[in-house]
Each structure stands twice: as C-alpha cells, then as structure tokens.
Write a protein of this length. Sequence first.
Length: 356
Amino acid sequence: MARTLRGLEEVSAREIEERGLGTVERLRHREVWFSSEDPGPRVLGLRTVDDVFLLAATLDGIGHTKAELDRFAAPARTAPWRDLLNLRGRCGGPSSPTRIDVVASFLGKRNFNRYDIEDAVGREASDVLGLPYRSRREGRPPEDGEPFPIRVTLEGPEAALAVRLTGRPMHRRAYKRESVPGTLHPPLAAAMARLAGVGDLAPGARVLDPTCGTGTILIEARHLAPGLHLVGTDADPDALRGAAANSADAAEEDAPIAYALADAGRLPLADGTVDRVVGNPPWGLQVEPHGSLARHPKRYFGEVQRVLRRDGGRAVLLLHDPDTHLPLAESVGLRVRDSLTVSLFGTHPSVVALER
Ligand SMILES: C[S@@+](CC[C@H](N)C(=O)[O-])C[C@H]1O[C@@H](n2cnc3c(N)ncnc32)[C@H](O)[C@@H]1O
C-alpha cells in the first residue's frame, strides 16, 4: 500500500505501473493498493508517494462505537508480522527494529479517537514481537533505536493494518539539506514534473522553475529524466544557495542544474525557448511575492507565456488561489488544459496544466 497526498492517488498508481512494480488493485483515500509478484528494493524508487507499506491485515464492518475497538485485537495478534519483517528486509528496509510505533487515522465521525486504535493494535503487536510499545498519548515517542512503524487506516467500515517499509519516511529526501518557507513537499514536486510530461521530453529539452526556492521541483525533474537542461531562477540569493547545495548530489549522467538570480516578472530567457515550466509561485501561504510580482502578479504568467515554446510548450503550476490567478493566466493567452486539487497540510491548492 502506497500512501500519497489526497488528489495524487491516480498519479501514484500510474507511477507504480509504469515502473513495473506490480498491479494496482484499488485506490482509497490517500492510498494505492497494489500487488507484486516479486517485491524488492525497486519499490523504494517511487517518488510521488509519501511512503510504502506492506499490508498486514484488513478488517471489515467497523462501526462507530467504542466497543468496536476490541475488534482490532485479533488482526493485530495474528498478522504475519515476522514474515513482513523479513519481506521488509528483502525490500531494502531495516529488519532489526527495537520498538513498535503505531500511527492511526480515520475518516468520518467515531466515538473513539486515533490513540484508542493505536493502543489497541500496539499492545497486541508488542506482545507478539516482544518489542516495547509506548502510546502517543504520553507525548512524542522516543526517536532512539529502530522503529517497527505500523500504520492503521480506517475508511468507512474497512480498516487496514500495515507496516512501513522504511525506517525514515520516504518523502523526507536525503538531498533536502536546505529549505525555505513554502518549500514544496517532494512527492508533490515529483507528481507535478510527471504531470508536465517531463519524462517524455527528449534529452536537452529545457525545463524552467521561475521561482525555484531550494530547487525541489528541478531536482525531482532530474530524477525523472536525467538528460534535461534544467533552469531555476529566484529573487532570493539565499534560496539559490540552498538550491545549489541541495542539487549537489547528482548522478554521473545528470547535467548540472543552472540557477540564476532573477525576477520571475523579467526572466533572462529568450522568447519560445522553454519546453516546460513547472513551479509554485510565491502567492501561497508562507511566501510573499517580491520584486515586480508584489504589485503585478500577472507578469509571472506573462513571462511563462513568453518563454514557452509555441509548439507544445506547457506549464504545470501549483496555485493556492486559482480563482484569482487563472484569469490572469488566461488574460495573457495561456489555456487551462487540466487541473486537479490536492490536499496539502490542511490547504487545498490546484495543480493546473496550462498551454499556450
Ligand atoms: C513557494 S516558494 C518556492 C519553493 C520551492 N518550490 C521549493 O521547493 O523550495 C516561492 C519562491 O518565490 C520566490 N520569489 C518571490 N518573489 C519572486 C520574484 N519576483 N521573482 C522570483 N522569485 C520570487 C521566493 O524567494 C521563494 O523562493
């Protein structure tokens, strides 16, 4: 089971199938369930998902009352935890955990809370595996040692118990040493690069992020297609220093990403020379626009339109206020080709594909 952002389930399902990792069986809220004949470490290469889990047990017919909590004990006791521990090792995850962590979440109203579910599952798993479990009711669990991270999700009447493949969440990228406010969640950056069709571009094609911050989108684009000409601009020199540091871990076949200090309302690029623009401009929640964009947000779209190639140039942008910003994009001649809404830490921005 892969967990992803709400809204990206289909994008992640496509990534799983395209990478030949298995057959997608079903989509649930934030989840893609898939089966694999021969699970192995390749699954850790997925980039649009937050994490991958091995399904341990499912449980159906869960109602709303507190009495339902007792029903979690049996699957938590009989789930094949030891087999999953071995399989986790085979997939490249740690295989010698020292403690049980449980995180539960559910949709809809219930007369119990997530800690109740976590404790019901955690105590049983602790007994079976002989590892300590500490309830999250008592505050943050200890960070020391190696967790056996169990996830319980409950959607409608159906619960799933699963164990995360990796010790550290997959969405926390090792490259991301430097960050800026508003920095993008890497799996969403990877999904945006996919939605822009970056993987289908010929080597040498040019991809631009005009407000690149610490470079997340371009670094994810480079993972998708190594031979591209990637360009990032930003008005903040500190962000660009962070982007250069984050981009340093390149593979041998990777071209360096070119970063330049520039106002996104006055890009130092010739007309019609960019194949794809992928970006999250600064009128989100945490970042104020600077320079020309502070007073003239329309210039962002004007410049995107100007630099995109006339034959097949396309932009994929994350817009927190599409009602305000899409009319600006349309007023400079960009047309909406596609749009999807994602849930991102309590906000619901749109990922919009535009073409000229
Ligand atoms: C939402 S952040 C982008 C974060 C980036 N995608 C990342 O993952 O780190 C927006 C960026 O826009 C930049 N910015 C604000 N006004 C700008 C302007 N006029 N021209 C270029 N960049 C600008 C900010 O410095 C900030 O880095």
